[in-house]
Design a protein around this ligand. Structure first.
Ligand code: ASP
Length: 368
């Protein structure tokens, strides 16, 4: 194996130590996945959450499969050669399709990761996750974790048992990245299909293809194959000095409203009436919306709701004051953050008491 493993000596986690993690997980179970791994290896903790990577299907078809059938320990054991990369332990945090990912699981994940790093239980973390919302979980974690140790999220597009299932190779490469010396200090990343992506930039761009992810505004931050881990760019970091994990889930309610031709302001007025603390408009083009929609957003600002203009377009930036007078209206622009990630950042800012439009804008711009 041509990866540079130079972590300090580390013993395998014993079952009793890991069992204490049960307090953080709904159905946490744990056991060493590679009992014979030498003690010189990096210690990787796999946190399984479900998704297609944990799914099984009829070998002839990926249609009608259940995500979340296979538990984390089995996933690890099913990957040939993975035990040569690291000393691996696995815990089950949840077992959901990521369309059902929620604040409760996010908080469990964040707390377990922080604990594992604070207590020096692991040198890196791998999170197995559904691909639908993997970008949101990665972005959330990057904003709340207080560590730069590698946290690698990974999924698959094809469930286990199907022809050319991509899960085993993706999981192998995720562990390879998390265990590599090159990944140290880079924090949260996503590995899919031989590519390494940053949380801020990655987005799902295909519903079914194995090459489903891209980072349209910046490109990948690295590449991985069974023989090498190569980084070609830095991971943009989050404004940690301002954000922290709130005491409890759920996060404040922030609604996303999707803009379209012939749009009136009713969905926005509903969001206001339903108690949203923030509204992200998935605008047309560079974050535009109809006059009626903008007037409804003005009503939201007057009620103290944080309004963020993002875009339904997959690449590019939403800049301030181009076709919309953001300064006058009190809006924030999301720049390169897509609506789903703009929502997460807005939730975290509100939860941390940051609601002033100027300060929210600074967080989006990364200029605290
Ligand atoms: N719906 C699945 C999920 O996000 C899709 C996948 O994992 O690829 O959990």
């Amino acid at each position: 194996m041509n990866i540079n493993i130079s972590y300090r000596l580390a013993a395998m986690l014993v079952a009793g130590l890991v069992a204490s993690a049960g307090a953080f997980a709904a159905d946490a179970t744990s056991q060493p996945a590679s009992a014979s791994a030498p003690a010189t290896m990096p210690r990787i903790l796999v946190l399984a959450t479900g998704g297609t990577i944990s799914g099984t299907a009829d070998p002839r078809s990926a249609i009608g499969y259940n995500s979340g059938n296979v538990k984390g320990q089995e996933l690890v054991r099913g990957v040939p050669g993975i035990e040569k990369l690291a000393s691996i332990d696995a815990e089950q945090i949840s077992n959901v399709g990521s369309q059902d990912m929620n604040d409760k699981i996010w908080f469990q994940l964040a707390r377990r990761i922080q604990e594992a790093f604070d207590k020096n239980e692991a040198d890196g973390i791998v999170i197995t996750h559904g691909t639908d919302t993997i970008e949101e979980t990665a972005f959330f974690l990057q904003n709340v974790l207080r560590s730069n140790k590698p946290v690698v999220l990974v999924g698959s597009m094809r469930p286990g048992g199907t022809t050319s299932a991509d899960g085993p190779n993706n999981l192998y490469e995720a562990v390879e990245v998390a265990a590599s010396a090159q990944a140290r200090g880079r924090g949260v990343m996503v590995v899919m299909n031989d590519q390494i992506h940053a949380p801020r930039w990655i987005t799902k761009t295909n519903t079914t293809a194995v090459q489903a992810f891209a980072s349209p505004n910046a490109g990948v931050i690295g590449y991985v194959d069974p023989a090498s881990v190569r980084f070609v760019a830095q991971v943009p970091q989050a404004p940690r000095e301002v954000l922290s994990l709130p005491a409890d889930a759920p996060l404040p309610r922030v609604d996303i409203v999707y803009a379209h031709a012939n749009m009136d302001g009713r969905q926005i007025d509903h969001a206001i009436a339903d108690g949203a603390k923030g509204i992200v408009i998935a605008g047309e083009g560079d974050g535009d919306a109809s006059k009626e929609a903008l007037a409804a957003l003005d009503r939201a600002v007057k009620k103290g709701i944080v309004v963020v203009r993002s875009t339904r377009v997959v690449s590019g930036f939403v800049n301030r004051n181009v076709e919309v007078d953001d300064d006058k209206r009190g809006f924030v622009v999301s720049l390169d953050l897509n609506p789903q990630k703009a929502r997460v950042l807005t939730q975290l800012l509100i939860a941390n008491g940051v609601t002033d439009a100027g300060k929210v804008q600074q967080a989006f711009s990364g200029t605290w």
